[in-house]
Design a protein around this ligand. Structure first.
Ligand SMILES: C[S@@+](CC[C@H](N)C(=O)[O-])C[C@H]1O[C@@H](n2cnc3c(N)ncnc32)[C@H](O)[C@@H]1O
Length: 257
């Protein structure tokens, strides 16, 4: 159990804010600190703050949801969840890793772009990952790429880390291509990314990937990811599929720029 923090949500002016623009006040010192939800570096530095904010207050259920539908898809295929070698991409402070460990997996490798995520994982969940890399998948060094690939992962999970300026298209595909053919891909995405009126490169890429020859979808489910600051439910899709083959560069270039 971590120390509780004094968190205050803004009382007005939050309507119409994008999810990545949402913020709160942390009352730890005399002057309250204004933190955006996407200030992950600062949030992870305060032990227990991420958990209290997203899981206790805003009732996020995504790690459990994505892990559950991954487990049922693997079971449907008569494979063993406990034999999976999982790459947790956008691992943060290890909430998804912890969930996967409850099911039991063979190997668990975490990746995040910021060192604060790694530091928080080592501080709070040191037992969860077999290895954890701080890396930018849009510009991986050869040695980093070889080392991560050497884990021979046959499953990738990405939870609450796609869209809103988090993991970009190029990085997602780079990680996808590191997973073995016939390996499992499990992720979640805000429901609006499925809307054809969303013309952003990321939305178009995700929509096309889901229905492409590169992925065979096993399970797709709309569910309540968490609440917004003003208490409204935020709906996401959780998706689990199997990778058929690597996504070629030509697929990616269609969505860049
Ligand atoms: C909302 S957190 C989710 C963390 C964890 N998956 C969970 O469910 O609690 C999003 C994470 O994605 C990471 N992230 C953002 N962009 C990234 C990138 N390009 N590569 C890897 N991780 C990234 C952030 O640093 C942050 O830790």
């Amino acid at each position: 159990m971590f120390k509780r923090h004094r968190i205050q949500f803004p009382k007005s002016g939050v309507e119409g804010l994008n999810q990545d623009e949402a913020y709160f006040y942390l009352h730890e010192n005399e002057v309250p600190q204004k933190l955006r939800f996407h200030d992950y570096d600062k949030i992870y530095e305060v032990q227990g703050l991420y958990e209290q904010l997203f899981y206790d207050r805003l009732k996020c259920v995504s790690p459990a949801k994505v892990a559950d539908i991954l487990a049922s898809s693997v079971l449907q295929s008569r494979e063993q969840f406990s034999e999976l070698r999982v790459l947790d991409f956008g691992a943060g402070n290890g909430m998804m890793g912890e969930e996967l460990k409850k099911h039991g997996v063979s190997r668990l490798v975490g990746v995040d772009i910021i060192p604060e995520a790694f530091n928080a994982t080592i501080r709070d969940r040191p037992e969860v990952y077999d290895a954890y890399y701080v890396a930018d998948f849009t510009q991986l060094y050869d040695e980093q790429k070889e080392e991560i690939a050497s884990w021979q992962c046959d499953c990738m999970v990405t939870v609450a880390a796609l869209g809103f300026g988090d993991i970009p298209t190029k990085a997602f595909i780079e990680a996808f291509n590191m997973i073995k053919n016939q390996g499992w891909i499990a992720f979640n995405i805000k429901e609006t990314f499925f809307d054809n009126s969303d013309e952003s490169g990321f939305s178009k890429m995700i929509r096309e990937l889901i229905f492409s020859e590169y992925l065979e979808v096993y399970h797709i489910e709309r569910y309540k990811h968490r609440l917004s600051v003003d208490g409204e439910p935020l709906y996401y899709f959780a998706i689990v599929g199997r990778k058929n083959v690597n996504v070629p560069d030509s697929f990616l270039t269609k969505f860049e720029g």
